[in-house]
Design a protein around this ligand. Sequence first.
Ligand code: SF4
Ligand code: SF4
Length: 509
Amino acid sequence: MNEYNSENKKYWVRLTRVCNNNCLFCLDADEQNGSYEPTESILALLREGRARGFDQAVLSGGEPTLHPDFFAIVSETKKMEYRRTQTITNGRMFSYAGFAERAVAAGLDEATFSLHAGAPSAFETLTRTPGSYDEALKGFMRAAKLSGLAVSVDILLTASTIPSLTDWIKRLSDLGASEFDILYPIPFGEAWKHKNDIFFNLDESAKDIVKAFEFCEERGVKAWSNRIPARVFEGAERFIQSPLKLRVEVEAKRGMFEDLANRGVEPPCSGDRCAFCHVTDFCRSLRKFSGAIASKKSPSIIITENNVARLGGGFPYEPETIVIDGLGILENEQMKRYFLKRDIRIEAIINKPFENYQRIPDIVSTVYLEINRETAKNLSNIGSALLDKVELKIIMRGRATLEETLGKDIPIAGFMREFLRSGNMEIEILNVPRCLTGREEMRVFDAVPANVFKSSGEIDLDEYVGCYMANWMSEKSARCAGCSHYADCPGIHINHVRAFGFSNIPFGI
Ligand code: SF4
Ligand code: SF4
């Protein structure tokens, strides 16, 4: 399973603003001015990273190996007790006799080579640098021969390289590559200027991409999918990238997303690029949410045992609706008084089999019954048992992790078949696409946990990312393209797709 390790404590430090290649897709071109970062500044940053608890140093650029103090900087990372030191390189410096050996002697643990194509002409069309193929491959082979140095490879997917992707991976693996990071292009830097050469028809290329991942799996070589849209992996969902990677993407542009969240400043990249962008759904979600907050629309707030204390003081809003996630909270008399005093509408999420909750407190006006392994066992008479007392809705919930999904949920397609057969047609179903419910409307549950707001009233970006990943990060199948609901349907939650497959979307099968 393609699980991303969020505990990975990698600390990226730029060494140069110069590169000896001139890649057609370079994301860094706008940052380059031909200079080296001052060594003292680099070391100060590395010390800061260590103090913040990072234990893996990633030396990047531009091209980091061009820095005149490259070996000394590697050596310093070891003195600072970084557990692992890695560099991201075009590989050409490693072709010089003794370079790889000196790097290893200084303490380099891993070199990640950017080797995007197996054919010299395709390679140099991408690097726009004659001779770069021979040097890079020679550098890679020299490094791969050294014990004590892990060699991994970055491969950017482009129209010209995808058809021979598996052959290229096989060759590099035969030569000693231990790991591959297979990247989907993003619409920035040089890649956007050359978008017609870089972007490609994803659905036509899906078979070749999956074949490469299957090859790596058979061979026992790790392959990470990096920003590759999930729909590519229909039938091979184990290769879908973990949604946790979104945190890294947001961190890389934190200032921009903070501006969007709390100051309503539209990102400077907004426009034509968004249709090609890997974070377009997140960006749209944040824009809509911050716009609603700015125009004083009060979202429903989810209260759990873990965040109930936020209501005691310092919560910046007077919500109209509070959704209790765990009825035990209502047994707290102080909380009950808080709710009554403020004339707040109280709703509740129930995640246990229904018969355990005959005594729903009067204060609750709406119950959301969560679909999960336990509640799904008791489908009959759900409506008649409670409909006379409260408004009852059924909700498919997203989960923060794959493990949680596998532990709690059941495939939604099977559940819906049983549910509709059981005759509960009058009950509203949230977060389930119309191809599964057969209904005219699909409502998305849009309440947010109290933690999404700081005491100041600002949106807490990290909490919002967590909320988005756990609740709204959804995917559609490539088959959905033919559906009349495509434009306003989010699909099903990414971790549900990873756990139970795209086959849970019945449309077009
Ligand atoms: S989706 Fe957001 S980050 Fe991506 S190009 Fe558009 S505005 Fe920029
Ligand atoms: S867009 Fe896809 S998931 Fe949504 S209703 Fe249509 S077929 Fe179903």
